[in-house]
Every structure is written in structure tokens, then in C-alpha cells.
Design a protein around this ligand. Structure first.
Ligand code: ADP
Length: 400
């Protein structure tokens, strides 16, 4: 417990000065040489952006926006680390999950507050009575299935759309269901529509595919060594079995005094089991999986965002994109594996990227309960070339 306390205390205290230092470092994703005024934004958008408390653009905003808004609009495949402000670099999009679409919708609404622009949300659970009305909004944000339904029902005319954005683009073009639906939507658009892809990760294979479907893209790509963020410190704890993992989590719960935690499990079943055990132990935890109804999902994430629970137990459904500023600790209750049981480096990076938002400090803790999960974690460590230190009671110096 005291060791955990030490980790949490020593690694989490950050100040605004910290972020200013990152802004001056050309290697940081927050580095900028320009101001928002220099980015070709309309006056009313600038007002919206400043109203959100943004003073200067991040690297991805500074790079992408002038290219997207230039006289000759280009297609783009962009990569930028998690939490570096990709949402503010696009304005119309397909997202892989309900929560993420909702979140992007909110950002868009804030940003366009001083513009005469309306936004439609195409997600399940929205729009109760209005489902079949024609859409008059200029921007549509949603998940692929609902957008396709709207196209089939002729609720809007896709040939009128000027910009098509895939958020979390690598999953949108690589996982089968999403890929088929995204490509179907794309086929309905006019040829001249701008096509923009954003993500923090692209496996080489997926980048190749992206390049084959986006005509003449401007490509913004990170080096492997830049992908993982230095403001997120990574650790692991060795546990004997499920029970010990549970005890480790209870200990962490007891030591979190700064911010909130997100816990990722491999399956819905194990997430449900864990949340139930934690509740039985008297902890206030939130549970969010794909088994919840759309209404429940929105309710749970809103409660968590507002700080009602300190800990959210979830699955990969929340691994990407979700921006909750105060998340200070991410726990991989299970090391992420893909469908073939191979360590999933991209998902790992997205999961830990739920903390350390926009330069803040964050901690990621991995639970390792077998030689196999240890080896899986080691291969993730090797992939990114960034140390994952063991939290071990008799060697506290390791943490320094
Ligand atoms: P990403 O999509 O790259 O994961 P987000 O767009 O969710 O990241 O942004 C992460 C956080 O940083 C959000 O809370 C957002 O409000 C904040 N943010 C984005 N751009 C700026 C900026 N230029 N200045 C200050 N904060 C910003």
C-alpha cells in the first residue's frame, strides 16, 4: 500500500508550468510555433476555441488545420498521440463507439457556439421521437450502422457532404464490420469530398491499406519511438492469481487520492465479475460494457465524467478516444490481446492513453498473473521501446 502511495504521489503531481515546458520542447506533441490566429480559422471559430480555454494549438492542430482549410483542400491520413487534440482538427465524422461519437458531438457544439451551424447525432439511443425526420444539420457525427440506416431511409443526402472523417481510423478500416460499413458510407459520397483519417496508431499493414483507399493523401505519421507518451509512466505488478489481482486493485482503489482510475478487462464477463466483487467490498465503481443499453452507457459515462465514481471497470469498448481529463491511473487488469491471442500493442497504447491527457501526468499499471501474461507484456514493452517497471515491495528505488 505504501509503495503504491509513493508511486501515485510522486508520479502524478503536475502543474500548468509542466505543460508550458512541454510546449517549448520541439519533440513534444504539444509543441507549437503558431497561434490559433495563424491557422486560417473563421473569427467565430476562434471565439469558440478560446471559449474552450485553448490558448495555443497542439502540434497536430497546427499541422493539420492549415492543410485542411487551405485553398486546395487535401485528403489526409493523420497520426497523433492520444490526448493531443485530434478532435479539434476535424469537424464531421464516423466514430467506432456511441460514447466517442457523443463526446465528439459535444466538442463540436462548444466549438461552433458562435457559428450558425447545427449538428446531428447519429447514434443508437438518440433522437427518440424524431428518428424519421429529414436532417437539416450541416454536420453529422455518429456510428457507422446508424449513419447507414439514415442513408437507407434517405434522411439526408450524402452526395451533399463535403468532408468525410473517420475517427480512430485504423479500427474503422481494419475491423471487419466497421470496414464494410465505413466503405459503404464512403461510396455514397461525391468524388470530390475530402476524406480524412485520424488515429493515434496505425499498424504498418493498416497504413498501407489506408493509403490504398485515400486518394493523394497528405500523411502525418509518428515514429515508433514517438508513439508512446513520456508523461505516462508504466508499471506492472506480479500477482499469483485472480484473487491476488483483486486484492491489488482494492489496494490501488484505497490509494487513489488524485483523480480517477479506469480498469480494463479482457471480457465483458470478467468486467462484470470484477465490478460485482468490488461493490461487494463496499467500493463505489462504475461498470461499462457493450452489454449495456445505449441509454445505460450514456448514463454511466456521464456519471463517471462528473466524478460520481472514482473507478470505472470496462472493456476495450472504452479503450479509445474517451477523454476524461481527471483520469490519472489506467489499470490493465488483463494485458490486451487481439482475437488470435497475440499481444495487442495498438489497444495497449489507446488504453493507457485514457490518462495523461494533453500533457498531464498519468500512470498505467499492468497486472501480470502468469508467465504468459508476463511475456506478452514484455513484447509490448519491446515494441514501443519504453520501460515498464515492476512495482515491487522490496525495491522502491526502481521507481525513481
Ligand atoms: P485526442 O483525440 O487526440 O485523443 P482530444 O481531442 O480528446 O485528444 O483532446 C484531449 C484534451 O485536450 C481534451 O480535453 C481537449 O479539450 C484538450 N485540448 C485539445 N486541444 C487543446 C489546445 N489547443 N489547448 C488546450 N487544450 C486542448
Amino acid at each position: 500500500m505504501s509503495l503504491l502511495n509513493k508511486v501515485l504521489r510522486s508520479k502524478l503531481v503536475s502543474t500548468t508550468a509542466d505543460i508550458e515546458v512541454q510546449r517549448q520542447d520541439p519533440n513534444s506533441p504539444l509543441y507549437s510555433v503558431k497561434s490559433f490566429e495563424e491557422l486560417n480559422l473563421a473569427e467565430a471559430v476562434l471565439k469558440g476555441v478560446y471559449g474552450m480555454g485553448f490558448n495555443t494549438p497542439s502540434k497536430i492542430q497546427e499541422t493539420a488545420l492549415p492543410l485542411l482549410l487551405g485553398a486546395k483542400p487535401s485528403n489526409m491520413i493523420a497520426q497523433s498521440q492520444s490526448g493531443t487534440g485530434k478532435t479539434a482538427a476535424f469537424a464531421l465524422c464516423l466514430s467506432p463507439t456511441l460514447e466517442l461519437a457523443q463526446q465528439t458531438g459535444k466538442v463540436c457544439k462548444q466549438m461552433s457556439k458562435f457559428l450558425d451551424i447545427k449538428i446531428a447525432m447519429a447514434t443508437r439511443g438518440e433522437e427518440h421521437g424524431r428518428r424519421r425526420e429529414k436532417k437539416v444539420e450541416q454536420i453529422i457525427i455518429g456510428t457507422p450502422g446508424t449513419i447507414l440506416d439514415w442513408i437507407r431511409l434517405k434522411l439526408f443526402d450524402p452526395s451533399k457532404l463535403g468532408i468525410f472523417v473517420l475517427d480512430e481510423a485504423d479500427v474503422m478500416i481494419d475491423t471487419q464490420g466497421h470496414r464494410d460499413q465505413s466503405i459503404k458510407v464512403h461510396r455514397h459520397l461525391k468524388k470530390s469530398a475530402q476524406f480524412l483519417l485520424f488515429s493515434a496508431t496505425y499498424e504498418d499493414r493498416v497504413m498501407k491499406f489506408a493509403e490504398s483507399i485515400v486518394p493523394n493523401p497528405v500523411i502525418i505519421r509518428l515514429k515508433r519511438s514517438e508513439e508512446s507518451l513520456s508523461n505516462i509512466k508504466q508499471f506492472y505488478i506480479r500477482c499469483q492469481d485472480r484473487q491476488e489481482k483483486f486484492e491489488a486493485l482494492s489496494n490501488i482503489y484505497g490509494t487513489i487520492s488524485i483523480g480517477q482510475a479506469m480498469v480494463f478487462c479482457h471480457t465483458k464477463k470478467s468486467a462484470q465479475w470484477l465490478a460485482m466483487k468490488m461493490k461487494e467490498d463496499g467500493h463505489a465503481v462504475a461498470l461499462l460494457t457493450g452489454d449495456n443499453s445505449p441509454e445505460e452507457r450514456m448514463f454511466v459515462i456521464d456519471r463517471y465524467r462528473s466524478g460520481k465514481e472514482k473507478l470505472l471497470v470496462t472493456t476495450n469498448v472504452c479503450a479509445r478516444g474517451i477523454d476524461v481529463e481527471q483520469v490519472s491511473v489506467v489499470i490493465n487488469y488483463d494485458v490486451p490481446l487481439d482475437g488470435r491471442g497475440i499481444p495487442d500493442c495498438e489497444t495497449y497504447l489507446h488504453r493507457i492513453g485514457r490518462t495523461g491527457r494533453f500533457g498531464k501526468k498519468g500512470i498505467a499499471i499492468n497486472f501480470v498473473d502468469s508467465d504468459r501474461s508476463f511475456n506478452n507484456l514484455k513484447s509490448i514493452e519491446k515494441h514501443f521501446g519504453r520501460k515498464i517497471n515492476q512495482i515491487i515491495a522490496d525495491d522502491p528505488d526502481q521507481l525513481e
